[in-house]
Structures are given as structure tokens and as C-alpha cells.
Design a protein around this ligand. Structure first.
Ligand SMILES: Nc1ncnc2c1ncn2[C@@H]1O[C@H](COP(=O)(O)OP(=O)(O)OP(=O)(O)O)[C@@H](O)[C@H]1O
Ligand SMILES: [Mg+2]
Length: 253
């Protein structure tokens, strides 16, 4: 069981956004993805989720999915959040989170997905499942509020709840901690750890190197579309190329 990308390359005109990037994440593991602005982190997520067609291959649990549409990949267990939350601000928080079920509903496989006998009951189960995730992310008091009334940090937490209700085996989080205050950051970190402990493989893009190092089992560092370091978090953070990319060549000794 693995989500793996092999030799992904993407060009935007003259810009090589990704150059033969490979990664693997297995159930229960947290892979941190770091790198300066423009390194290609979000582009990598776009390749994994089918927003962009790269050169190279994407394989989930032994099945190549490189040609599949985004919704088909969600049904195969890959969910994501966006760097800039994509939400209908007029919906309630609960409705916005329930949209996370949509790819499964569209396939008509909901009863199978939930193991449920009847539609009436399934609706209630969907609601309860969504409310549970909303509470987990600390938004329980806001379930009936408009999404538009939330802070940016809370919208990121809402996106995590929405991604979780899809029941993913792999969860891709694009800077979920950006703009969060300390208590929400702790709640997010707990939710990520719990998701991993429940067997979800997680890829976490994050600029806060301390936050991502503490949470991740492994780090992968991208600079200008190229992998410059990967492995145990502390060794990646201290590696020459990562220090140079974040702080400049003067800091490398
Ligand atoms: N659709 C696009 N068309 C053209 N260039 C793009 C497109 N998407 C991304 N790029 C460029 O590709 C490079 C990688 O962008 P990407 O968004 O993947 O970086 P990132 O590592 O996520 O950065 P950040 O930390 O700022 O979010 C950047 O130079 C960006 O301007
Ligand atoms: Mg990005």
C-alpha cells in the first residue's frame, strides 16, 4: 500500500516547475514537503490529484492513476486541501464539509462506502460523520454559521474536515497551518497525528520548518523543482542545500 510518484516533470513554458521528482508515502506515515516559494510544492500536489498532467507516473496501491480525473482519484482514496481555501462562503460550515462526500455520492457507491442499508439512515450518518470531523477540528460551535464568517485559519481547518469526510487513504495538505493561532495549530497537529494513527498516509506542505519537522516521519525538500534532500527531518533541515535555499549561501559553512 503506497501512494508513489515516479519521475514527475512539469514545464510551464520556459520554466521547469518540477524535474524528475519522486516520492512515496505509506499508510500511517507523515511526509513533510518543504521548500521556498515557487519550489514546486503545490505543482506536485496538482500532479498527484490530476489537476496537471505531468511527465512520469502516479501509482496508488499498485494501480497507475496518471491518466485519471481528479474525482476518480478521490474515489481511489486521495484527498487534498488547497493553499487558498476553495469554498462557497454562503454555505454553512456543515454543508461545506458535507461536500467532501460528493465524489462518492456521484459514483452511486455511497451505501457500499458507508456499509449502510438505507438512504434515509445514510443521510443521518453523513451528517454525523461531518459533525464529528468539524468537532475534531475545533469548529463545533460554528457548524451552522456561514463559512464566510470564519477566519482564514478556521477555513483551512474546515478544508481539512472536508477532506477527511471523504474517508481518504492518502491526505495531501497544502499549508494547512498558515494563519492559524497557537491553539488552532495544536488542534491541527493533533488531527494530523490522529489521521496518521488511523492509517492515513499524509503529505504535509508547510513553511514552518519546526512545525513540520516535529510532525513528520520524513521530510522531502524541493528547490526550483528539484529534490535537494530527503530523509530524517533533522538531517534534511540541517542539510547544506536546504540551509542555503532558506537562508542564503552566506549561512552554509
Ligand atoms: N499554472 C501555472 N502556469 C505557469 N506557471 C506556474 C503555474 N503554476 C505554478 N507556476 C510556477 O511554477 C513554479 C512552482 O509553483 P508552485 O505553486 O508549485 O510553488 P510552491 O512551492 O507551491 O510555492 P509557494 O510556497 O509560494 O506556495 C512557480 O515559479 C510558479 O510561478
Ligand atoms: Mg504552494
Amino acid at each position: 500500500m503506497t501512494l508513489s510518484a515516479r519521475d514527475l516533470s512539469v514545464r510551464f513554458g520556459g520554466l521547469q516547475a518540477l524535474a524528475e521528482v519522486s516520492l512515496e508515502v505509506t499508510p500511517g506515515r507523515i511526509l513533510g514537503l518543504i521548500g521556498p516559494n515557487g519550489a514546486g510544492k503545490t505543482t506536485l500536489f496538482n500532479c498527484l490529484t490530476g489537476v496537471i498532467q505531468p511527465k512520469g507516473t502516479v501509482v496508488v496501491d499498485g494501480v497507475e492513476i496518471t491518466q485519471l480525473r481528479t474525482d476518480e482519484r478521490v474515489r481511489r482514496g486521495i484527498s487534498r486541501t488547497f493553499q487558498t481555501p476553495r469554498l462557497d462562503m454562503n454555505r454553512t460550515v456543515l454543508d461545506a464539509v458535507m461536500l467532501g462526500y460528493t465524489p462518492h455520492l456521484a459514483q452511486g457507491r455511497l451505501a457500499c462506502f458507508l456499509g449502510l442499508p438505507s438512504v434515509g439512515r445514510s443521510e443521518e450518518h453523513l451528517r454525523n460523520g461531518a459533525i464529528e470531523k468539524i468537532r475534531l477540528l475545533g469548529l463545533g460551535g460554528a457548524a451552522e454559521d456561514r463559512a464566510g464568517s470564519l477566519s482564514l485559519g478556521q477555513l483551512r481547518l474546515l478544508e481539512v474536515a472536508r477532506a477527511l469526510v471523504a474517508g481518504p487513504r492518502y491526505l495531501l495538505l497544502d499549508e494547512p497551518a498558515a494563519g492559524l493561532d497557537e491553539s488552532d495549530r495544536i488542534r491541527l497537529a493533533d488531527a494530523i497525528k490522529n489521521a496518521a494513527a488511523s492509517g492515513i498516509g499524509i503529505v504535509l506542505i508547510e513553511h514552518n520548518v519546526g512545525f513540520v519537522s516535529r510532525l513528520s516521519h520524513e521530510l522531502l525538500a524541493l528547490v526550483n523543482g528539484t529534490v535537494v534532500a530527503r530523509g530524517e527531518p533533522n538531517s534534511v533541515v540541517c542539510s547544506e542545500k536546504v540551509v542555503e535555499a532558506y537562508l542564503g549561501p552566506a549561512y552554509v559553512h
